[in-house]
Design a binder for this molecule. Structure first.
Ligand SMILES: NC(=O)c1ccc[n+]([C@@H]2O[C@H](COP(=O)([O-])OP(=O)(O)OC[C@H]3O[C@@H](n4cnc5c(N)ncnc54)[C@H](OP(=O)(O)O)[C@@H]3O)[C@@H](O)[C@H]2O)c1
Length: 402
């Protein structure tokens, strides 16, 4: 029987299990496990209250592959949805190989001591998953995840060739706090403070973090300043769609966020190397995470919308040059009303549920390690429309002028 084990009881895990419970026909048995069981139990109570579905809960340290394998074996999970942190990707993949379970995640592996966002560690598992007849689906969140599916849908239906791709991630939500991050603060700040990188003419171009910015008028949000950043789907898209001459990723940040982040960086609070404090080692960024609001606590106060999408230029099947914009708008308050979590968790947890649905239904299948852009985008796009993340697209009069 299909039995999905979701690991990680944060905002994303919470949305994913709520949405799975709402689709009992696809997910007949669900277990939520995390480092601290009480967090799983609180989510299970909310799932029961909102959907009438009972899910099982368990405690696991997913840094420990043997303990994770023991849990998978004990409950008989057929699929593992990893919504813990990127540090756990490899141990959970090891546990899946050991027990014969399929694997899905939303963020690529990162070593704890270096903010390096690269797929090679996980791509190296391809042959082992293939030989075991198992599927591992990497990056089934929004970005990475839906952004790759959007790109492949444009390619399949509208472009003979894509020349340039810009991924635009705007969070127009206001949580009313001086400084907070919308997903795990440690992962978020590592990502934002890393040098920017984009793909151009077959090579990576590196620029200092947050040094290139542009204004863009986002539908349903308004004009925002967005910053050039590195994001992991650029690597997999450059590999799987080598025709792309330039691929960039942009994310919006408000003045207040940038000011706080600059100060925190200047005083050393975003360092990821250990320092000695009162005779013991602590990592400043991990300490900072402990004093910042938990992202899952922001839902109640966050108002506004997210708008995340892709702009592609290229040549259509008719030979004409065109620029197409495909995006989703998600409302923080609607997301909270439905699942008790704000839109950043919602826009990640729903695609995680859909990716898992693609796998358990056999709509997407294969043996080995796969990125989202290797799969048929159409059934995933249909489910986005049906499960709370409707999308729209339009032709722009001209390519971006930056
Ligand atoms: N692709 C996308 O669009 C996208 C967007 C946002 C986030 N993400 C990814 O989604 C994941 C979850 O994000 P989030 O915002 O939900 O983070 P979060 O709120 O920090 O939740 C992470 C959860 O994982 C648990 N965990 C951490 N280490 C663990 C371990 N060793 N064993 C078992 N459980 C462990 C945490 O337990 P505790 O509660 O005990 O700390 C927490 O419940 C992250 O990997 C993030 O990078 C992807």
């Amino acid at each position: 029987m299909t039995h999905v084990l979701v690991i990680g009881a944060g905002g994303v895990g919470s949305v994913a299990v709520h949405k799975m419970a709402m689709n009992k026909g696809i997910f007949p048995k669900i277990t939520l496990a995390s480092r601290r069981k009480f967090k799983c139990d609180a989510i299970a109570q909310s799932v029961l209250a909102r959907t009438g579905v009972t899910i099982d809960t368990a405690e696991v340290d997913a840094d420990d592959a043997a303990a994770t394998a023991a849990l998978i074996r004990r409950i008989g999970a057929s699929h593992v949805v990893n919504l813990a942190l990127p540090y756990q990707d490899l141990t959970i993949m090891d546990a899946c190989l050991e027990t014969g379970a399929h694997y899905l995640d939303t963020a690529n592996y990162e070593p704890r001591d270096e903010a390096k966002f690269e797929y090679h560690w996980q791509w190296a598992y391809h042959d082992r998953f293939k030989d075991a007849g198992l599927m591992a689906l990497l990056g089934s969140g929004f970005d990475p995840g839906v952004t790759s599916v959007f790109t492949m849908w444009l390619k399949k239906h509208h472009f003979a060739r894509i020349d340039t791709l810009d991924i635009l991630d705007c969070n127009g939500g206001d949580h009313g706090q001086h400084f907070a991050t919308n997903f795990n603060p440690e992962i978020n700040i590592r990502e934002v403070t890393a040098p920017a990188r984009h793909w151009e003419n077959g090579a990576w171009v590196e620029t200092p973090a947050m040094s290139i910015k542009q204004k863009f008028d986002f539908e349903a949000v308004g004009e925002k300043t967005m910053y050039l950043m590195y994001h992991e789907e650029l690597e997999s898209l450059a590999k799987h769609l080598p025709e792309i001459k330039r691929a960039r990723f942009w994310m919006t940040f408000g003045e207040q966020y940038i000011t706080h982040l600059t100060v925190l960086q200047n005083v050393g609070m975003t360092r990821i190397d250990p320092v000695i404090y009162e005779g013991r080692e602590i990592v400043p960024l991990q300490f900072l995470k402990a004093v910042l609001p938990e992202p899952s606590s922001l839902g109640e106060t966050t108002k506004g919308k997210t708008n995340i999408g892709v702009i592609a230029t290229g040549v259509g099947h008719d030979g004409a040059a065109k620029t197409l914009y495909l995006y989703n708008i998600c409302d923080h308050e609607d997301a909270y009303a439905e699942t008790g979590n704000q839109a950043v968790s919602y826009t990640t947890g729903v695609p995680a549920m859909i990716g898992a649905a693609m796998m358990v239904s056999g709509t997407w299948s294969g043996a080995g390690v796969f990125n989202m852009e290797e799969m048929d985008p159409d059934p995933f796009m249909d489910m986005l429309n049906q499960h709370g993340l409707p999308w729209q697209w339009r032709e722009l009069p001209a390519p971006l002028d930056f």
